[in-house]
Design a protein around this ligand. Structure first.
Ligand code: UDX
Length: 459
């Protein structure tokens, strides 16, 4: 039976994100897709994150809860583990308070559902306490989710001891293709626990939403759909860059860092079609100084033009005088409007850390990649980029894990000038078309979002 409402919205969803850029971006875009289908959405993040993001006028309402560290977030906790424990405790409490506030307001928009980040499984308990639909949202690829599921179930024994890992729906993986938190259990044990805990109560979730598109990972999606009510809803990229069905769509980004938009776009406008290498390692990865140096000289040796995002916190690692000495060839900025950059015709290749958002964005916008994975899910994404989707090349690392300048130069040259580059570009056109189709009217992800909304209305 449909609920009584005193306005035009079909339902009201809270969309709760883990407080990092790589999680907020896809959840914001999913929120926009829901709103387009007539659902009211309240996006929820932490107070500390809300203070740092640049909020341009967005149609999506934003509310906050507390992670227990309202000034500074995780950076102010004594350990990752302490942060996550406190977030669970204070987050559950303040999420409940937010629900009470919203249900007692006279807006006529009772909350029906919490779409919560899989990193925050305790949100499902809060949803159930309030009698709401609980939909878990996985921000990473289904392949990566499946790997952690097998660890959770004890079906993948750790530490890894076999030279090859065979899991349902996945290609044969070597240990170094696995998420770094699994390959090297000593790096961030608290994050490892968090990733495995995504599955602690997933069986109780009403929906399992995955930020991917069916066409990218059909075998693993089919396999996981046998277990859960799983639906693919991606790519979570603004409609303005894909299907263009959302009128007046904007790329709000809710950026933690201020993009240097004018300088980037002006510089790109001055360069020929397909002549620029775009380089970015996302919002979190910190390269060591040696790797930064190899990357810098690899770019220089490729003799291509490059637009390189080096966050302010990483800038000191750039080789001395590099920016000045290469100013004829390159522009180095602290942050850029990545989607606008990837869409620009001057960009011919993306040197990326293979964060899942960057990977999906490059696939969906048809930009070939040089994969230089750093940590977490990135090695697995890199394996798929090169061997499954054939959308790029993974730059080989030496025995110490360092990607040398020659490796970077060779991969760039192969993509920009070589025969393999032509094959990769053909695949890039294919994935770009499939990504648009998935979110366009009647596409695989669009149908899934439609089904989710219809079921909500009748729940
Ligand atoms: C993190 C993890 O590293 C990643 O592996 C995981 O899948 C999600 O969370 P992050 O490292 O920041 O994210 O990388 P990524 O997933 O690529 O997200 C970065 C986002 O910031 C992208 O949406 C990208 O478009 C945006 N971005 C990046 C900008 O808008 N401007 C920039 O200059 C750089």
């Amino acid at each position: 039976m449909e609920k009584e409402r005193n306005n035009a919205y079909k339902a009201h969803c809270l969309v709760l994100s883990y407080p990092t850029q790589g999680h907020l971006n896809p959840m914001l875009e999913f929120a926009k897709r829901l709103e387009h289908k007539g659902v009211k959405v309240t996006l929820v993040t932490t107070r500390s994150m809300s203070k740092t993001i640049h909020k341009e006028a967005s149609s999506i309402a934003l509310e906050t809860i507390s992670d227990g560290f309202d000034e500074g977030g995780i950076a102010h906790a004594e350990s990752i583990q302490a942060y996550l424990e406190r977030f669970w405790q204070v987050g559950s409490q303040t999420l409940a308070e937010l629900l009470e506030k919203l249900s007692s307001s006279i807006s006529g928009n009772p909350v029906d559902c919490i779409v919560y980040d899989a990193f925050l499984p305790w949100a499902l308990d809060v949803a159930k306490k309030f009698g709401l639909v609980g939909a878990v949202f996985f921000t990473q690829s289904c392949a990566v989710d499946n790997i952690y599921y097998h660890v959770h179930k004890g079906l993948l024994k750790l530490p890894l001891s076999e030279p090859e890992i065979l899991l349902p729906g996945l290609p044969t993986l070597q240990p170094q293709d696995m998420p770094s938190l699994i390959y090297d259990l000593n790096t961030y044990p608290a994050f490892f626990d968090m990733l495995v805990s995504q599955f602690s109560n997933v069986d109780k979730a009403d929906w399992v939403l995955c930020n991917t598109l069916y066409e990218l990972e059909p075998e693993v999606v089919d396999w996981m759909t046998e277990i859960w009510p799983l639906r693919t809803i991606g790519p979570t990229i603004p409609s303005m860059y894909l299907d263009k069905r959302i009128e007046d769509d904007k790329d709000y980004g809710f950026c933690i860092f201020e993009p240097n938009s004018d300088a980037c776009m002006k510089w790109l406008n001055d360069h020929a079609k397909g002549s620029v290498i775009y380089v970015s390692f996302g919002s979190l990865a910190a390269l060591n100084a040696e790797q930064m140096e190899e990357l810098a000289w690899g770019l220089r040796m490729s003799n291509s033009y490059f637009l390189w995002v080096v966050r302010a916190s990483e800038e000191a690692k750039l080789p001395k005088n590099f920016v000045e000495e290469t100013s004829e060839k390159g522009l180095v900025v602290h942050w850029c409007p990545q989607l606008e950059v990837l869409t620009h015709e001057a960009v011919g290749c993306f040197v990326t850390h293979c964060g899942w958002n960057s990977t999906l964005e490059a696939l969906s916008l048809g930009v070939p990649m040089v994969a230089v994975p750093q940590w977490t899910d990135q090695p697995t994404n890199a394996k798929y980029i090169m061997d499954v989707w054939k959308m790029g090349l993974k730059a080989p690392a030496d025995e110490k894990g360092l990607v040398k300048r020659e490796a970077i130069e060779n991969c760039i040259r192969e993509i920009m000038e070589g025969e393999r580059g032509k094959e990769i570009l053909k695949n890039a056109y294919k994935w770009k078309a499939l990504a648009k189709e998935a979110v366009d009217q009647g596409g695989s992800s669009d149908k899934n979002i439609e089904e989710f909304v219809t079921t909500l209305v009748h729940s």
